[in-house]
Write a new protein. Structure first.
Length: 193
């Protein structure tokens, strides 16, 4: 199945049999969700624009402020990158973020009717938070945490993750290593003595 077919399958999915996993009653507010939890919750969303915002935040790892300022002309489909910007200390910062091929295809279809200068997600920051609270039971930054944890669990290097997330300090990114301990024993098996 091609990427656009996968996209349509994700948007139209009504399969509610995806397991949510073990629930830890000691954690009232989970900092991240697993892929299975996100897939399950996405299958329950009927509002197309809400679903697209959540898919975008999950698959890109960008901040909610970066998502809501993104315009169609900030996305370079040919090179599979997008330029995101955020305001910090009254100064606009920009960075170029690569797009996963599936997310690129999803965005091509989703942004097709938009003008080049249109915002991809015409929501306020508060509305984006309400959407995540309604459909996920949490806040948009948890999708950013979920993205980071998912990448680390799948072997992404911490330096690459640092660049993808756009943290000013790698120390901030290294906090995720507390959630996903590096399997040091696996690394030792690669070394010949």
């Amino acid at each position: 199945m091609d990427a656009k077919g996968q996209y349509l399958e994700v948007l139209n999915s009504k399969d509610l049999t995806i397991p949510i996993g073990n629930v830890n009653p000691k954690k009232d507010l989970q900092k991240y969700w697993t892929k299975e939890e996100i897939d399950y919750k996405l299958a329950l969303i009927n509002n197309y624009k809400h679903k697209m915002l959540i898919i975008f935040l999950w698959m890109s790892g960008v901040r909610v402020s970066e998502a809501i300022t993104l315009k169609k002309n900030d996305i370079d489909f040919a090179n599979q990158v997008m330029t995101v910007q955020w305001l910090k200390s009254r100064k606009w910062n920009k960075r170029v973020v690569p797009l996963h091929p599936l997310l690129k295809n999803i965005l091509e279809v989703y942004t097709a009717p938009l003008k080049e200068s249109d915002k991809v997600f015409p929501f306020s920051r508060q509305r984006a938070w309400q959407i995540c609270k309604k459909h996920l039971g949490g806040h948009p930054h948890q999708l950013r945490h979920s993205f980071a944890v998912h990448l680390l669990r799948n072997g992404t290097d911490i330096v690459i993750l640092h660049r993808l997330l756009g943290h000013s300090s790698i120390q901030t990114t290294m906090e995720y290593l507390k959630i996903v301990p590096v399997d040091q024993g696996k690394e030792l098996t690669k070394i010949n003595f």
